[in-house]
Design a binder for this molecule. Sequence first.
Ligand code: GSH
Length: 348
Amino acid sequence: MYVAATTGLQDQIQLVPIDLKNRPSWYKEKVYPKNKVPSLEHNGKVLGESLDLIRYIDANFEGTPLFPSEANKIDGYKQTKVDRNEYLEAFKKKFLFICVHPHCRLNGEHEMLLCSSVQEIRPPTLNATSEPPPLFDGTTRLYICYMCPYAQRAWIARNCKGLQDQIQLVPIDLKNRPSWYKEKVYPKNKVPSLEHNGKVLGESLDLIRYIDANFEGTPLFPSDPAKREYGEQLISYVDTFTNGIYSSLKGDTVQETSAAFDYLESALSKFDDGPFFLGQFSLADIAYVSFLERFQIIFPEIFKHDITAGRPKLATWIEEANKIDGYKQTKVDRNEYLEAFKKKFLVL
Ligand SMILES: N[C@@H](CCC(=O)N[C@@H](CS)C(=O)NCC(=O)O)C(=O)O
């Protein structure tokens, strides 16, 4: 419905957005028995049917007449346009059954949770001019930066456990940081940090464990002791792995990083009950995936090299991770990342 915005009735007709996937029962009972949107409450009556409503609004309220017009040039319409990607994703899921992770069918509920999606609109980034959120008011907040691979780990853990409603994302502009972040939230002034139960915790690898242990949702670390032990080993190696790659970026990068990627390839042979390090997607994968995502951007682009060439398990790992909705929604903007990378690491 865009008519109200076009005619300038924003003050006279209040928008009431409804979550159709989790509809309030009063909407059907007290507002519109057909239980659809849109409906218009006006003069003690409720009317429905969008094509009738646009005519009704045009005919019964003051403002610019609405017939005919060049819709896309009209600001009041432009402001209401649907998010293209969000709509496409929802459409594919509803009509094409595209989001069916193969492991859903094999492994039932556990994997269903990993790929069951809450499509989330990314909240706006806060900068030096932004007011702080109402801190320590009982809300759990995860402070992140959309470009940060460390923050992305905690964000993935939150999504994969289905905690989108329980842990609020607060993106920070690290280049133009709000002073209250260091002063009132996290004195280390880094992301990620998690505000929970009156405290603020940091360090991404600690946070993914904390989120897994202290919130409900799919467990992200297996109970099998052999898997746990190997998972710990992989998690404790991840900093060595990533630092090694970053420190090789100035030399013969492809050759110098080859052993590190080979290590991952052989780590992926350890368990064969799934494509991930411990079989199923776990904290061990979360520790690595945001960095591998970035290496997959820079290696082909800058070094003309495919890190999965001759490493079929790594190729499958990346392919399968990309099917996990809780991860997919956190992926970095490729161009923005490349630009930032070139500025930081390459003298152009
Ligand atoms: N060891 C930390 C590293 C976090 C980190 O370095 N985050 C970067 C952004 S990607 C940051 O906050 N940098 C700001 C700064 O160092 O001032 C973790 O794993 O959480």
